[in-house]
Design a protein around this ligand. Sequence first.
Ligand SMILES: NC(=O)c1ccc[n+]([C@@H]2O[C@H](COP(=O)([O-])OP(=O)(O)OC[C@H]3O[C@@H](n4cnc5c(N)ncnc54)[C@H](OP(=O)(O)O)[C@@H]3O)[C@@H](O)[C@H]2O)c1
Length: 248
Amino acid sequence: MSDFDLSGKICIVTGGGRGIGRGMAEGLVRNGATVVIAGRTLATLEEAAEAIGGGTWGHATDVSVEADVIALRDAVLSRHGKIDVLVNNAGVDPIFKGIERTSLDEWRHIIDINLTGLFLCCKYIGGAMTAGGSVINVSSVAGHVGLMRSVPYCASKGGAELLTKSLAIDWAKRGVRVNTLAPGWVDTDLTHQLLEHAEHGQRMLAGTPMGRFGTPRDMAGGVAFLASNASAFMTGQSLVIDGGWTAA
Ligand SMILES: NC(=O)c1ccc[n+]([C@@H]2O[C@H](COP(=O)([O-])OP(=O)(O)OC[C@H]3O[C@@H](n4cnc5c(N)ncnc54)[C@H](OP(=O)(O)O)[C@@H]3O)[C@@H](O)[C@H]2O)c1
């Protein structure tokens, strides 16, 4: 059997109904896994689950609500009896405002979903995983370098990077690995307007040595690698997939 084979693995992908999360769910299924996609909009999840196939199903969950995260864990355990892989992908975008114009509510909204959501999913779902499990936190290049006018988003993604390292140390003895996958600019609902913007989009493209934006499918191989035995000795690390943006 290939080290990349995910047959028999039960995976949860938050934010798996569209964008990068959907691309990751498709990649996990292609490698043999059974995937549960979670997000706030059940209709989107059901449509995506049917299109993805391979036994994929959806569960309505707001990752920033403690009771929702516990209900997601319990639903997956009652249907499959175990959870092998947790992909914490649900997230909201930068608002591109200077700190002087950023309200406390805007700060809280981004931190609640991107960072507190990650904390809750790691605590309740990661906490229920057993030896051999893999947690993959979707961070960003903005967890590695600062972006202009993006204080709450960068704080949330930088927080995700160090939450991951700290948890990886705590859970190494349990045999549960914790890593991040950090995408560069990927064309999704979250970024489409920005990437289409004549000035900003061109600047981001010019800063990407590979000369194109990423696609959700570009993230699929990385998540399958981190989910699989091929990365069995890797924990507390960040896999950056950005067409060379942070190398430039
Ligand atoms: N696109 C990029 O260029 C890029 C770059 C670096 C990192 N990222 C990160 O990659 C992840 C996915 O981004 P994307 O571009 O695919 O965004 P997207 O197309 O806007 O999708 C976001 C997903 O997250 C879900 N979501 C949002 N808030 C949620 C909540 N409170 N609870 C549960 N699910 C929630 C959404 O579903 P519902 O709205 O139905 O809940 C949706 O499925 C995010 O963490 C983002 O920060 C993206």
